[in-house]
Ligand binder design. Structure first.
Ligand code: CTP
Ligand code: MG
Length: 239
């Protein structure tokens, strides 16, 4: 669909505290294969040209041998070490891409803990980023959402049609997101405190960039707590 160069950064450097398991959740098995295998497979089989896998320093060798080599993920060009917070891991991935002779035009940033991402979401993201420079996959919430005050009283009920849950991939023009992250890390090193939970926030906060929402899917769940793994097993079997 395009001549542009696409890279994906697949994040797997988290500890998975909410999963409460000894092995980081992205390495837990789903139908006999690590969760991370499924996210890598989706990008391996997509229009993306290259994948950077970001893992914990101590898991790089395991990822290289037991995932990348074992399953033959030819598009994974590098397995690199992540950082303390998710956004530090993203910046590690972006720095790897920046070092390349031919930097990508666009980058898709994906949680390795979302094994059910699919080709259609990747394609919708590619189409939107070429028009809007920054886009994230998401879905409208199903429940009514309340904003609370500090005493847990409901103070506001936003219109449900305008409340979406964010997913990944989050896709950007490479230069835009690289510069945004570089500024973020620079400002953090100078003492500013940031609470960044997704990549869209970085584009919004640092560059005032408007981020377009694209349709993800209700299947594209993030494995966060133990029941999510059960849910993913079910979802894997239904189309
Ligand atoms: N991640 C990462 N580096 C970090 C933190 C998170 O690469 N320092 C990755 C995770 O591996 C995951 C994705 O970012 O694929 C989304 O993060 P989350 O679901 O919060 O995973 P964890 O941080 O591992 O889990 P928890 O917050 O429960 O500890
Ligand atoms: Mg986390």
């Amino acid at each position: 669909m395009t001549e542009k160069k696409y890279a994906a950064i697949v994040l797997a450097a988290g500890k998975g505290a909410r999963m409460d398991s000894t092995v980081p959740k992205q390495y837990l098995e789903l139908e006999g294969k690590p969760i991370l295998y499924y996210s890598l497979l989706a990008f391996e089989n997509s229009m993306v040209d290259e994948i950077i896998l970001v893992a914990g320093k101590e898991d790089i060798e395991y990822c290289q041998k037991e995932i990348v080599e074992k399953y033959g993920f030819a598009k994974v060009s590098k397995v690199t070490a992540g950082g303390k917070e998710r956004y530090h891991s993203v910046f590690s991935g972006l720095q790897e891409l920046k070092r390349e002779a031919c930097v990508p035009d666009y980058v898709m940033i994906h949680d390795g803990a979302r094994p059910l991402v699919d080709e259609a979401i990747i394609l919708r993201s590619a189409e939107a980023v070429e028009e809007f420079q920054a886009c994230v996959a998401g879905m409208p919430v199903k429940d009514t959402i309340k904003i609370l005050d500090e005493y847990l009283f409901a103070v506001e009920t936003p219109k449900r049609e305008y409340v979406w849950q964010m997913q990944t991939p989050q896709t950007f023009e490479f230069s835009l997101i690289y510069e945004a992250y570089e500024t973020l890390i620079h400002r953090e090193n100078a003492g500013e405190v940031f609470h960044v939970t997704d990549d869209a926030m970085v584009a919004e906060l640092i560059c005032q960039k408007k981020v377009k929402l694209v349709e993800g899917s209700y299947r594209n769940i993030k494995i966060t707590t133990p029941e999510d793994l059960k849910l993913a097993e079910v979802l894997l079997h239904i189309s």
